[in-house]
Design a protein around this ligand. Structure first.
Ligand SMILES: NC(=O)c1ccc[n+]([C@@H]2O[C@H](COP(=O)([O-])OP(=O)(O)OC[C@H]3O[C@@H](n4cnc5c(N)ncnc54)[C@H](OP(=O)(O)O)[C@@H]3O)[C@@H](O)[C@H]2O)c1
Length: 251
């Protein structure tokens, strides 16, 4: 019988900076001529929950923040569900000027496009993102938003209950030259993307915490997938008791 071999992650080899590793990522859309490369980022408790007391904040640590911001700095667009935008009170995507300057120096736009999708048309227009004059936002929803409070530059794209997420991705590529998308959840939107086979990678921070049962949502939502999505481990980083996993998604 062949031995079952494991790789030893701890103790670690040379220390690495997650932000440098993420900056050098090749988010290659070559395999998909019609859509951008799509990565998803979540933080979860060790029992797989995406929220505690209704939000994800209780799980994050400095390492998770570093991954979160480095991914934002790396991509062309950031996509979040309307509930996530509302609950997490989204502001502009790159709040720190030094991050925007680094992107410009790397030949990118100053900030990724912020994107959201709504079937109902109930957009979270009260979050700071929409009041930010320098923010550029694409909203996929049934009708163009008309609210006097909007200061961001908002582009409207038609979207209703019948529109597949593939159309959203195609539109981002075709009309906005987006080659890489970071989806920040939530679980419902993540599962909609998984269900259409639109996710290339999952970045998952496993926080050393347990929530117990009750309300906390798992990192996926909606109906079960028709088949298991298969994950392939690309890297596993460890800092204190937190694990930072990067998976390729083969769905
Ligand atoms: N741990 C983490 O890393 C993490 C990350 C993100 C979010 N969260 C947490 O997750 C919670 C929010 O997640 P959620 O799953 O409730 O909501 P969500 O995925 O953020 O947003 C769901 C909404 O997206 C819209 N939508 C657009 N296209 C859709 C489609 N094809 N299928 C389904 N929905 C579509 C719908 O908006 P309309 O109703 O307007 O039609 C739907 O209600 C919050 O508590 C947040 O704190 C945690």
């Amino acid at each position: 019988v062949a031995p079952i071999v494991f790789s030893q992650l701890v103790p670690a080899s040379a220390p690495v900076e997650a932000s440098e590793m993420i900056e050098s990522l090749e988010l290659d859309p070559a395999g998909h001529p019609d859509r951008p490369y799509v990565v998803v980022n979540f933080v979860a408790s060790a029992d797989g929950r995406a929220t505690f007391d209704g939000r994800s904040g209780a799980f994050g640590d400095d390492g998770d923040k570093a991954v979160f911001h480095a991914l934002r700095e790396r991509v062309d667009a950031v996509l979040a569900g309307t509930t996530t935008m509302r609950v997490e009170n989204y502001g502009r995507i790159l709040g720190k000027a030094e991050r925007r300057e680094r992107r410009l120096a790397a030949g990118r736009t100053a900030e990724p496009l912020a994107c959201t999708v709504s079937r109902s048309g109930r957009l979270p227009l009260q979050v700071p993102l929409f009041a930010e004059p320098e923010a550029e936002v694409v909203v996929f929803c049934p009708a163009a938003p008309t609210d006097d409070s909007i200061r961001a530059s908002v582009h409207w794209e038609p979207f209703d209950g019948q529109t597949p997420m593939a159309t959203v991705m195609e539109t981002l590529k075709r009309s906005y030259a987006v080659e890489s998308v970071l989806c920040e959840g939530g679980p419902t939107l993540f599962s909609a993307l998984l269900g259409e086979g639109l996710v290339d990678e999952l970045f998952l921070t496993v926080a050393p915490k347990l929530t117990g049962g009750g309300d906390p949502k798992p990192i996926t939502g909606g109906p079960p997938l028709p088949d298991l999505a298969q994950l392939e481990l690309r890297w596993a980083l460890q800092r204190e008791s937190t694990l930072y996993l990067r998976y390729a998604v083969n769905s």
